[in-house]
Design a protein around this ligand. Sequence first.
Ligand code: SF4
Length: 158
Amino acid sequence: MGLSRKILKTGRVAEPAVAADEQLPAAAGLGGSVQVRHVDAGSCNGCEIEIGQAFSPVYDAERHGARLVASPRHADVLTVTGPVTVNMAGPLRKTYEAMPEPRLVVAVGDCARDCGMFAGGHGVAGPVADVVPVDVHVPGCPPEPAAIVAALRGLTGR
Ligand code: SF4
């Protein structure tokens, strides 16, 4: 069998995405693809390594309709890692405000949820939800790339 025919016959091999009725209402209006702007608000960079893997050829979030972009003006989704430091609270808020609506925020990692091991640190302003509204949280320290891809698939529905 030729390679092209085999590809057509096999189709896309992946677990089903989240059911349409489980998708966030705001995500349903995004047409099956999301442009993602990432902000490191003060992480140890462990979460960034896993996000990098999520977009690598192995986990390949792009095949499910999620793509990283360089500008918040082009983004539907903001991923945020780390506890929000005092210095990053303003830039994070500005990034969120620069995004067109509808816009969604995905907090990646335990630090993004409750500051994790950095809670109470002198340079920590608070968790991500204290600065911008959070729609989805991906737990873990750091979360596995597959969990990050699953969260993004929950937004694209693919
Ligand atoms: S959740 Fe873990 S890996 Fe991610 S920024 Fe916090 S300490 Fe680092």
